[in-house]
Design a binder for this molecule. Structure first.
Ligand code: UDP
Length: 471
């Protein structure tokens, strides 16, 4: 009976924007190119953030969304790690997810449930209803290889990984120092590490892993992963390339960018959740000033000055300008534009005035820069960003990584120096040329017969044709 119903792709995305954004781009590809409707199912522990509702409400009608009833997390200790918070949010949402899937099944054939990194416990819920699951991996194939190698690393080194000083040779992964491992796996005794391992184990239950990267960017990693189970699909780079309307909230910023010379502005933004201490914020401001380059900076309140919660960036009323060094805005007037909290990054990076990007190395941010041929300053902060920084600065060579001082501070002189090297020097020119080559390779991967397009078609054939896949 289900066979006769129209197919529907369902996706579960954990709270936050970093996973939702690329999954939406994948959803757009499925609806626009393959006429497959998509429904997002979003668990949470409170009301949706402004960023979530803005993005979701702007989607075409073939992409719908359902917010599951918020769960309560008030019984958890205040120092619970974000990884655990997200995992527990999903675990506590499984009964309502089950109900939602059942209800969608009355009108649709659910071809698949695509889960994000923190939602892997939903794979069992889907299996109870005979729905095959796929994992959406929003970062690099290199990171996936590292994840799969973790049990062996654990056996080999009983100590904390950060005590290993020589670079490691991991199959399918670039040479990396343990200090650059993703934060949750730096310390095997930590709760976040156990959480990571729990999800890694669940990855094996998926029918396939969909990676938002492309073959030509990480050939060795994909070649390695393709030899293993589950099947890995490279579908990227999927990034938002919608044009922004002039009458948007950011109209003043676009106007300012229009007035700047081509490739003259360095864009500074640290992802959806990146914040600095007040000392680092001061150093960054003074470093940008010292560089004498044009800049567009998305500014957040320093983390030691305001209470931090997961919805903080989108919902706070505190004015981050209060925390800038005295006279900074006046002294850099005309040459610099500071935007509070949030700006349409993907569109900014596509503007001809942008010549460089001081980036926290979130994978979406790196891909958005790549599809526009913009070279980077790699300033990793959390999650797997240090691994991404190694990839872009040492392997594919499209980024400069600044030196971090002993107190983990990047000083103003260093900031000024890397910004100048990127925007004016020969080094910057070389990095830009490599990035422009990658821009072309990225576009080719998504052309009609491109490597990523072919993989998406393979998935679509499965999803259009069958209810459950043989084991
Ligand atoms: N983003 C944005 N405006 C901002 C900050 C972030 O549009 O002011 C978007 C950015 O374009 C990217 C996403 O938020 O698509 C951040 O994802 P990423 O993987 O780079 O980092 P995360 O936020 O997950 O650390």
């Amino acid at each position: 009976q289900q066979q006769e119903l129209p197919p529907l792709i369902t996706m579960v995305s954990s709270p936050g924007m970093g996973h939702l954004i690329p999954m939406i781009e994948f959803g757009k590809r499925l609806t626009n190119h393959h006429n497959l409707p998509v429904t997002f199912i979003i668990p949470s522990d409170g009301p949706p953030s402004k960023a979530q509702t803005t993005v979701l409400s702007s989607l075409p009608p073939a992409i719908s969304h359902i917010f599951l009833p918020p769960v309560t997390l008030s019984d958890l200790p205040p120092n619970t790690k974000p990884e655990s918070l997200m995992t527990i949010t999903i675990l506590r949402s499984l009964p309502s997810l089950h109900q939602t899937l059942l209800s969608l099944m009355t009108s649709h054939r659910l071809s698949t449930l695509i889960v994000d990194l923190f939602s892997t416990d939903a794979i069992n819920t889907a299996a109870e209803l005979d729905i095959p699951s796929y994992l959406f991996f929003p970062t690099t194939a290199n990171n996936l290889s590292l994840g799969f190698y973790l049990p062996q690393l654990n056996q080999k080194f009983q100590s904390e990984f950060r005590d290993i000083h020589e670079p490691l040779n991991i199959p399918g992964c670039c040479r990396v120092h343990a200090k650059d491992f993703p934060i949750p796996i730096q310390d095997p005794t930590d709760e976040a590490y156990r959480c990571f391992l729990h999800h890694m184990k669940n990855y094996k239950l998926a029918k396939g892993i969909i990676v938002n990267s492309f073959l030509e960017l990480e050939p060795e990693a994909f070649m390695f992963l393709k030899k293993n189970e589950p099947v890995v699909y490279h579908v990227g780079p999927l990034v938002n390339q919608d044009t922004i309307h002039n009458e948007s909230e950011f109209e003043y910023g676009l106007k300012w960018l229009d007035e700047q010379p081509r490739r003259s502005v360095v864009f500074v933004c640290f992802g959806s959740g990146g914040t600095h201490t007040s000392t680092q914020t001061d150093e960054l401001a003074l470093g940008l000033e010292m560089s004498e380059q044009r800049f567009l900076w998305v500014l957040r309140c320093p983390k030691d000055k305001v209470e931090n919660d997961s919805n903080f960036i989108a919902n706070s009323n505190v004015d981050p300008f209060n925390f800038l060094p005295n006279g900074f805005v006046e002294r850099t007037k005309g040459r610099g534009l500071v935007v509070p909290y949030w700006a349409p990054q993907a569109q900014i990076l596509s503007h001809v005035s942008i010549g460089g990007f001081v980036c926290h190395c979130g994978w979406n941010s790196i891909l958005e820069s790549m599809v526009n041929g913009v070279p980077l300053i790699a300033w990793p902060l959390y999650a797997e960003q240090k691994m991404n920084a190694v990839l872009v600065s040492e392997e594919i060579k499209v980024a400069i990584r600044p030196n971090v001082g002993e107190d983990r501070l990047i000083e103003r002189e260093e900031i000024a120096s890397v910004v100048m090297r990127l925007m004016e020097g020969e080094e910057g020119k070389k990095l830009r040329n490599t990035m422009i080559d990658l821009k072309e390779a990225a576009a080719n991967a998504l052309k009609q017969n491109g490597s990523s397009t072919k993989q998406i078609c393979e998935l679509v054939l499965k999803w259009k044709g069958v209810i459950t896949m043989p084991n």
